[in-house]
Structure formats: structure tokens, C-alpha cells
Design a protein. Structure first.
Length: 67
């Protein structure tokens, strides 16, 4: 089972905003992309909008199919 695809799109940011996000991400041991996603989720949550996390695929070998 392949991992769920993430939506990719271009995002234009002010360089100062991007630098601030990179500093925050480094302090929290995240990538800038993951930090932006966390900030967006927090902003949505503060407005009363909950977004479910996509289920991750199960790890390990698939079960044997004994017919």
C-alpha cells in the first residue's frame, strides 16, 4: 500500500516570514514544510475548524492469504 499523496502547490512567502518559519522549525526539529502545516492546523483549530490527520499505511508484511 503506497503512502497517501500530499497536495503540492507553490507558496509565495515574504523572505522574512520564511526565515522566521525556518527558525521556528529548527527549534522544534521539524522541516519548514511540516512547520507550515502545523501552523495552518493551529490557525484552523483556533477558528473552530478541525482537520483529521490522514491515516498512515500499516507497516510490516501483509498477512498471508491462505485460501
Amino acid at each position: 500500500m503506497a503512502a497517501p499523496k500530499k497536495k503540492a502547490f507553490a507558496l509565495r512567502l515574504d523572505p522574512a516570514v520564511h526565515a522566521a518559519i525556518e527558525r521556528l522549525a529548527a527549534a522544534e526539529l521539524r522541516s519548514a514544510n511540516a512547520e507550515i502545516e502545523m501552523l495552518l492546523r493551529e490557525a484552523l483549530s483556533s477558528r473552530g475548524i478541525t482537520v483529521q490527520h490522514t491515516k498512515k499505511p500499516k507497516r510490516g508484511r501483509p498477512p498471508n492469504s491462505s485460501d
